[in-house]
Every structure is written in structure tokens, then in C-alpha cells.
Design a protein. Structure first.
Length: 162
């Protein structure tokens, strides 16, 4: 299953939805993570907050390919995208294991294929390095086999990047 998480306006909704199995709009119409860890312990992979992100752990956890379309914010995800990713912490469990000679949380949904980040907006060379490293580490933490980062000069390139 291909999931696209995006922070673009509604004018891109049709394009996004035709390119994936499930689209998740980082539109800010949800609460930020409260850090209660209930999605880890009390009711696994389900947030107690009853909003559009209540099942986000299951959506992202079942994705073979996760594509994140985000505006650059100092070499990182936009605040709206980061909020969605924070709410998806329960794609793993609170238990730890070694993967690749490093300690990581065990995966609740198993391995995935591609963690892809499509970045738009102005991006310096230093921010590009930061973004690539962050995407690689996020992919490892969430059990994705590989990561890819694409920097768009203009949003007109979006359809090809997806």
C-alpha cells in the first residue's frame, strides 16, 4: 500500500489521491501528540484522541511505501507533517531490539520498502544534507528498507516526483 502524507493545500488533493492508495492531509485539523504513550500501552496503535489521526499508526504501519510531501522548515519537516509523524509513534512497540547493530524499538507491523520525502520551498545545501540524514534515520527507525529525498525547484514538478 502506498501512503502519501502531505501539507499542501486542497488544490493538490486530486493529484495526490490518484497517486496513492491512501492520502493523509497534514492540514492541522487534529490535536498534537500529548505524549501519554497510551497508543503504545493501553490501546496499541490507536490514539485516545478522537480525531482524523486516531488510526494514523495503523495507516502508516501498513504502508509499503510512505511518501511525505513537505515544505522545508530549516532542513526538516513542516510543523503540520511533524505533528502527524509524532502521532504515529505506535507503529513500533515500547520494546527494544537490535537492528543493524543499533538499538531500535521493535516494529509492530514488520518491514516496509520505501520512505520517500518530497521537499518543496527554498532549501540550502546544508539543509539538503540535514534532510537526507533525517530521512535515512527515520526510515531505519520505522523499519523501511530504503529512503529517498527529492528536492523540487517548483511544485509543477510534483506529479513526476510522486
Amino acid at each position: 500500500m502506498k501512503v502519501i502524507l502531505y501539507d499542501l493545500g486542497s488544490e493538490y488533493e486530486d493529484l495526490i489521491e490518484e497517486k496513492c492508495d491512501r492520502a493523509v492531509a497534514a492540514d492541522g485539523k487534529y490535536a498534537p501528540c500529548q505524549g501519554c504513550f497510551g497508543c503504545w500501552t493501553k490501546h496499541p496503535a490507536e490514539c485516545f484522541m478522537k480525531d482524523s489521526l486516531q488510526q494514523i499508526c495503523r495507516v502508516i504501519g501498513q504502508a509499503d511505501e510512505l511518501v511525505i510531501v513537505t515544505k522545508n522548515l530549516y532542513g526538516a519537516y513542516s510543523a503540520a507533517v511533524k505533528n502527524v509523524l509524532d502521532r504515529s509513534i505506535a507503529t513500533s512497540t515500547p520494546f527494544s531490539t537490535y537492528r543493524g547493530r543499533q538499538m531500535h524499538h521493535t516494529l509492530r507491523y514488520g518491514k516496509h520498502d520505501l520512505w520517500k520525502v518530497v521537499v518543496y520551498g527554498e532549501v540550502s545545501e546544508t539543509e539538503k544534507v540535514t534532510f537526507r540524514y533525517m530521512a535515512e534515520r527515520n526510515a531505519i527507525n520505522d523499519g523501511f528498507e530504503r529512503s529517498e529525498v527529492i528536492f523540487l525547484k517548483d511544485l509543477s514538478e510534483l506529479e513526476v516526483a510522486l
